[in-house]
Write a protein that binds this ligand. Sequence first.
Ligand SMILES: [Ca+2]
Length: 350
Amino acid sequence: MPLTFFASRLRRWLALIVLALLALASWLWWSAQRSERLSHQERLVCALPQQPAGAPHPGMVWVPGGTLSLGDTVYPEEMPVRPLPVAGFWMDRTEVTNDQFAAFVQATGYRTVAERAVDAKQHPELPPEMRLPGAVVFISPTNLSGQGRPTQWWRYLAGADWRHPGGPGTRIDGRGAFAVVNVTIEDAQAYAHWKGTFIPSEAQWEWAARAAQSAALPAHEQPAQANTWQGLFPVANSAADGFVGLAPVGCFAPNALGLFDMIGNAWELTRDAYTPSHAVLAADDGADPGPGSVRPAGAAAMGQRVIKGGSFLCAPNYCMRYRAGARQAQDDDLAVSHLGFRTVLVAPGP
Ligand SMILES: [Ca+2]
């Protein structure tokens, strides 16, 4: 065969290889950019249904009383499941938003915990850079060494606060309908005090998340109607639910009471002191115990509260806490980028 034939075939093969490499590079680039593009395409606001004219407490829904089966059976801290009576109350139908929190700050001049320097006397163990005003922010790692060390994806960032949820350089402009985050229990109670409401107990929160149903425990599957994490946490997030990170409130179907985002989006603060299980319970009359008080009564105040509902970071491979009965501990004086809150009100029902 003539040499030109081989040269021609070689050129064709080389061209094919180059094309294949280009296709592979394009695909890798496309995959790497997908999350970035999705975050730019995400909705900035989701319409909430109108409430009836003359609703007694606008923005809130009534949660009728009943007997809650407190807890669940997936992780040790949510066991044992215990019956607990809960009186009726009103609850914010969404997480408190940036706009709502901004109104409070504008009216009062309040400065959040994340905007203040950390008291060296209270935390002599912390290095100086962690005593600067700031918050703990989730940053998806580009490579992981070892397994399950949260410091690989949680970073204390000076300058992170509710106005800068991802750290300095990030903003909430155009994100007024997003859940406020990087707030602590002190901040949440200050907001609630200004509103004339208060932070729910764990039982109130869980009862509301179960839509005031005392029937069998809900399923443990990852919910479709909630902003959670689809993929392998903490490195691969397909955002099949439409959101890479936090979402505006009210983008997913509400529960049967009309409460939005009880599961997923932002974790939500309760006023209860954290206990490692439900082995010891105290009766909760639903009354506001006042700022600084903790429940269950008699529980040792360990400087941690119970938080509920899971967040946009909850994934089946790491944290199946996208359930009403799930719970987690949160340091009282540490603001985190996946944690927000909503408030409740004890007043006559409709
Ligand atoms: Ca999501």
